[in-house]
Design a binder for this molecule. Structure first.
Ligand code: NAD
Length: 476
């Protein structure tokens, strides 16, 4: 087995394994990942529970040193880790290396946060009494991650969990075990006491569910699809666990008549199709006002059709393959549904290239209305639809008419409308003249409505989830 579980400081083999397939070149099996059983998860949780008390007492310097080591090694090895990432997930090599570097930067940021943990001392309303408000670790946290950011998402959950003094059990995505294992291997050499970090590979429905249901887990942070997230929230309620969910998006990008056309096309090309559209923040609904609509669709179509699709590891490739056969099938079926519902589909063909991979051309669906399924449901592929709007007011109403609320963008040269949009877009993140995807790591990440649930991730706001607030009163 190439990707084995790390439990209580030991690498453990399982009898069953699951192949890690390169979506750019299907015969290329990168490695085999453990297919764990619930008993493995029980031991990982027990290991985290045993190690949690000492780690909660670790000094800021000890925590800093561990996180700084991990961040430094990831940054030093970003080219190699990025290559592994692109090979197993299918995003282009520059995107893969960029994501690996991001993971390193996240650990560096939270290394610094170890030294910046503060509390409040207040005067009591009672004479002579002192009040201290401090943050304490939650305890054992279960982390469940998706395949589309196989190193950055584990990093932005593990780093704050450790920085704020928690013990961790990670259940990474089945499709991308390589990056998770590489990260675990670095963590195992970081000086972190044994058992504080544990990783268990396997199926979401078995070991993932077991982690969520486990009575000895105090909190669960999940990123993935809406149905899984809803089920996890319900399960956590039963055992009164703290829970944080980051789920899907159907992110609008409004393009107004006064937009800089080249900038708008570049932002939508990036937002819709980069990383093969497999980003929860992808620009999937392009809402365009009448005066610029036809010019915008023509220019975006030309730019989209110029994208070089192919093997993620080859130089010059701008869009890699879809992650697997199931996701490819889902993308193609949404294009059929969109056409059946009256949309005009441009591109989106299944591509046969020199290597056998899950390739498709990027697709734009024009002449759509917001009640069509292509505009209500997340596709999670290189597919964007275009909606016409009479004016800014209608564009804003269309943008907000969604069950999701992760990221919303606007392209305009009007400061007045940009300001109004920032204040009134129903989304956790708003972008002006920028793609809906692409965020910083030192500020909060998350959405509203069906996209997110619970406290925000990333930046110093991560403390909300990974700590419990304690209020202490003293009469000296
Ligand atoms: P998924 O929900 O199928 O799986 C996510 C993780 O949950 C995997 O590790 C999986 O094994 C696990 N899982 C599945 N069933 C489980 C269960 N019953 N109990 C516990 N764990 C379980 O999602 P996916 O297909 O891996 O990822 C794609 C989805 O992730 C998309 O919908 C995308 O929008 C979303 N996503 C959201 C964000 C965000 O921050 N909002 C970021 C990236 C991806």
């Amino acid at each position: 087995m190439d990707y084995t579980n790390l439990i209580a400081g030991s690498w453990e083999n399982t009898s069953d394994g699951c192949a890690n397939v390169n979506p750019s070149d299907i015969p290329d099996v990168i490695g085999m990942a453990a297919l764990s059983e619930t008993a493995d998860m029980d031991r990982a949780v027990a290991s985290a529970r045993t190690a949690a008390a000492d780690w909660a007492q670790a000094t800021p310097q000890m925590r800093f040193d561990v996180l700084d080591f991990i961040g430094s090694e990831i940054l030093a090895r970003q080219a190699e880790l990025g290559q592994l990432l692109s090979r197993e997930e299918g995003k282009t090599l520059p995107e893969g290396i960029g994501e690996a570097a991001r993971a390193g930067q996240i650990f560096k940021f939270f290394a610094g946060e170890c030294l910046r943990q503060t509390g409040d001392r207040l005067a009591s309303v009672r004479p002579g009494v002192e009040v201290d408000v401090t943050r304490a670790p939650v305890g054992v946290v279960g982390l469940i991650t998706p395949w589309n950011f196989p190193i950055a998402i584990p990093a932005w959950k593990i780093a704050p969990a450790l920085a704020y003094g928690n013990a961790v059990v990670l259940k990474p995505a089945e499709l991308t075990p390589g990056c998770a294992w590489a990260l675990a291997e670095i963590i195992s050499r970081s000086g972190l006491p044994e058992g504080v970090f544990n990783i268990v590979f396997g199926k979401g429905a078995s070991v993932g569910q077991h982690l969520v249901d486990h009575p000895d887990v105090d909190a669960v942070s999940f990123t993935g699809s809406v149905p899984t997230g809803r089920a996890i929230a319900a399960a956590c309620a039963k055992t009164l666990k703290k829970v944080q969910l980051e789920m899907g998006g159907k992110n609008p990008m409004v393009v107004l008549d006064d937009a800089d056309l080249d900038l708008a096309v570049a932002a939508c090309l990036n937002g819709a199709f980069f990383s093969t559209g497999q980003r929860c923040t992808a620009s999937s609904r392009l809402i365009v006002t009448e005066g610029i609509h036809d010019r915008f669709v023509a220019a975006l179509t030309t730019a989209m059709q110029g994208l070089k699709v192919g093997n993620a590891l080859e130089a010059g490739i701008q869009m890699g393959p879809v992650v697997d056969a199931r996701q490819l099938e889902q993308n193609l079926s949404y294009l059929k549904i969109a056409a059946d519902e009256g949309g005009t589909v441009i591109g989106g063909e299944r591509l046969t290239l020199a290597q056998e991979g899950f390739y498709m051309a990027p697709a734009l669906v024009s002449e759509t209305s917001n009640d069509m399924r292509i505009n209500r449901e997340e596709v999670f592929g290189p597919v964007a639809s275009v909606l016409r709007a009479r004016d800014y007011d209608e564009a804003l109403a269309l943008a907000n008419d969604s069950a999701f609320g992760l990221s919303a963008g606007i392209c305009t040269t009007s400061l007045k409308q940009a300001s109004h949009f920032k204040a009134n877009a129903e989304a956790g993140m708003v972008m002006v003249n920028l793609p809906t995807a692409g965020v910083d790591y030192h500020v909060p990440f998350g959405g509203s409505k069906g996209s997110s649930y619970g406290a925000r991730e990333q930046g110093s706001y991560a403390a909300e989830f990974y700590t419990r607030v304690k209020t202490a009163y003293t009469l000296p």
